[in-house]
Write a protein of this length. Structure first.
Length: 280
């Protein structure tokens, strides 16, 4: 585009519109290049000075959904993680499922005795000699970042738990570490502090190349909230049963009927989740 158009991000920051960013996010959805170019062309014709990134996303998503439901599901992954609410417990379960598939033995929502006090811990994960205490920070809006106060607080809790763990038989040679997961992002200070004290961090796109979006794509573990074939109310009912993954719908297809999803729509829902999660 010849003239620079400024857009407003979720954080309120104003930045120039970069068509490459839109193209890259659409490519992640695995839509065809022809469809991507169609969408980009329409978005470029409709954007205006001061338009929000949310509005641009809505425009692109609507066009994508009309042509390819599964591509639309992949495109809305970030939003789908926001929909693992409102309590945040489904997000904790989701993190547990990712770690399960990566070979960890996990427990979700456990009371752990520290050296000084008890702690309610979101996820405990163990693999080989690695023993992790994991806290999940769920946000329902993209503008919310995890600042340095979050890792400061979690590291202090972890140190209390670690002091107790190290006293247990067989734990002398284990690596004990704290870990923070968020569905949004960490501030620079939060990352700097965590790197300094040895606290692990996982966010939407951190660490680079191994953030949540990368791990979800690699493992085929899309949350059921990504499906465009389910209503918001149906997603909430499914989450309340403890199911968080598309994959789990295949293991429990009868759950759709149990939560009141009309039989006529079951095939589309299961077909989409099958394609989305690579259950071939």
């Amino acid at each position: 585009m010849e003239n620079t158009i400024n857009i407003v991000k979720y954080s309120g920051e104003t930045v120039p519109f970069k068509v490459e960013k839109l193209i890259n996010s659409l490519r992640r959805s695995q839509a065809t290049e022809e469809l991507i170019q169609q969408i980009v062309s329409q978005v470029e014709n409709q954007i205006y000075e001061g338009i929000t990134t949310k509005k641009i996303y809505q425009m692109a998503f609507k066009m994508l959904k009309s042509k390819s439901r599964v591509s639309a599901s992949k495109y809305k992954l970030k939003k789908a993680l926001m929909e693992l609410g409102p309590t945040g417990f489904p997000f904790e379960k989701f993190v547990g499922k990712i770690l399960d598939h990566e070979g960890f033995k996990t427990q979700v929502g456990v009371i752990v005795q520290g050296n000084c006090v008890q702690h309610e811990v979101d996820v405990i994960a163990q693999k080989d000699n690695n023993h992790f205490m994991i806290e999940c920070k769920y946000h329902s809006s993209q503008g919310r970042f995890c600042d340095v106060k979050i890792p400061l607080y979690i590291q202090s809790r972890f140190l209390d738990v670690k002091a107790k763990w190290e006293l247990q038989t067989g734990h002398e040679s284990k690596l004990h570490q704290g870990w923070v997961y968020t569905n949004t992002r960490f501030t620079t200070d939060a990352i700097q502090y965590s790197n300094c004290v040895g606290l692990q961090l996982s966010s939407w796109d951190y660490p680079i190349g191994n953030g949540l979006k990368d791990r979800i794509d690699k493992l085929g573990l899309h949350p059921l909230t990504a499906l465009t074939t389910l209503t918001k109310a149906e997603k909430a009912k499914l989450l309340s049963t403890g199911i968080v993954l598309c994959k789990e719908l295949h293991q429990n297809p009868n759950i759709l009927e149990q939560v009141g999803v009309p039989k006529a729509r079951h095939k589309n829902i299961l077909d989409d989740s099958n394609e989305l999660c690579n259950n071939h």
